[in-house]
Design a protein around this ligand. Structure first.
Ligand code: FE2
Length: 383
């Protein structure tokens, strides 16, 4: 019998040119003065002016906040919140990759709740709702534009805080696959492998449901089928659209199932060494599948079928080995060949990394309950 499950998703508009609707929706949602949260890279892209012009066309005054690092830092959130209050803004438009969207969510939480961002780490810690927020993603992976997650780097303690709450779901996402045209091959691969990790973790999560399964399985297919062709034909809008759609589906799935050990390990790693999130996930995913497989065998076999691995007469160990190898091969084919060692991770760091990862809320929905030693061993195997 199906256990109780809920499904939360924001209103979203998907399609080429969706970004040009920003001003119209700011007006519809009652913006008087907005903060445009972005980064310096996005400001130089061809699509930036479309968003700015659409806001100007509605005569809505705005301030730009773009002082955001990859892996957005706690103090950047607080700076953004100060600027929001000083300029008497009442609305946020977040335009960029996952770091920008997460930072914008952080700013929204802080201005409404008047506490340091660290206060909101964990599940359901937000008391007052954020100001209205429109998210416009420019990468195909993070899905912060539809998710109940915001990930902020605790810069002093060097780990990533996961903030999980329905309160960080934006009011609207404008999902425009054309923005993906600016991504390098490596960023395309890393972000798509982040989305693939979202779909895998959602499908085997112990909070999975028939609704999230639909999205998770479709996301895996879209990303697996379209990523290599996209890298070969980076200007093909149909392929880019399929990757964006894969990312969206993965986001709808994981936002409602939470994640697992790939992400708990990646959050600790990314915060400690300031590494790209997608690359951390890509390295860790095969090793977490190896660790989890026996605890969600049937589900991993369903995922493996999408990679063309037939279940017929294969033993557990045989199937697990083939799936793990297939994931490693896929990540290498799309240009993510590094290991943790290549990213300056050394054996002596592993106990510290594991001690932080074990506290991450994403472990709660992993199909196998990890202990400290387990997490250290997964890191060791990923070196
Ligand atoms: Fe992720």
């Amino acid at each position: 019998m199906l256990e109780l499950r809920k499904f939360v998703a924001p209103e979203f508009i998907y399609g080429t040119g969706a970004r040009k609707l920003t001003g119209k929706y700011c007006k519809n949602l009652g913006a008087n003065k907005l903060m445009l949260v972005t980064d310096n890279q996005v400001k130089n892209e061809f699509f930036y002016k479309d968003v700015v012009e659409s806001i100007q066309n509605e005569n809505i005054p705005f301030e730009v906040f773009s002082n955001i690092s990859p892996n957005p830092r706690d103090y950047e959130v607080m700076e953004g919140a100060e600027q929001f209050k000083a300029n008497k803004c009442d609305f946020i438009v977040a335009f960029g990759g996952g770091s920008v969207l997460d930072c914008a969510k952080g700013i929204g939480i802080v201005v409404s709740n008047d506490k340091p961002i660290q206060f909101f780490e964990g599940v359901d810690k937000i008391i007052y709702p954020m100001p209205p927020l429109i998210c416009i993603p420019t990468t195909g992976g993070t899905s912060a534009d539809v998710s109940q997650f915001a990930i902020i780097n605790n810069y002093t303690e060097k780990y990533k805080m996961a903030i999980i709450s329905k309160a960080v779901v934006p009011d609207l996402a404008l999902i425009d696959p054309e923005t993906l045209l600016s991504m390098s091959s490596f960023l395309t691969s890393c972000t798509a492998l982040d989305a693939l990790s979202h779909a895998f973790e959602a499908f085997v999560s112990n909070a999975n449901s028939p609704f999230t399964d639909l999205y998770a399985l479709e996301a895996v297919q879209l990303i697996y089928k379209n990523l290599i062709p996209t890298l070969e034909n980076p200007n093909d809008m149909d392929l880019r659209s399929n990757i964006m759609l894969g990312s969206l589906y993965a986001g709808l799935a994981f936002s409602n199932t939470s994640l697992g050990c790939v992400h708990s390990l990646a959050h600790s790693l990314g915060g400690y060494l300031d590494l790209p999130h997608g690359e951390c996930n890509a390295i860790l995913l095969p090793h977490v599948v190896d660790y989890n497989f026996d605890h969600a065998e049937e589900r991993y076999r369903k995922l493996g079928e999408l990679f063309g691995i037939s279940s017929a007469s294969r033993s557990v160990n045989e199937y697990k080995k083939i799936l793990v190898e297939k994931l490693i091969h896929f990540k290498e084919r799309v240009g993510v060949a590094k290991t943790l060692k290549d990213n300056a991770v050394t054996s002596d760091m592993l106990s510290v990394l594991a001690s932080r990862a074990i506290k991450d809320p994403c472990n709660a929905t992993n199909p196998r309950v990890p202990n400290l030693k387990d997490l250290e061993v997964i890191y060791q195997e990923s070196l």
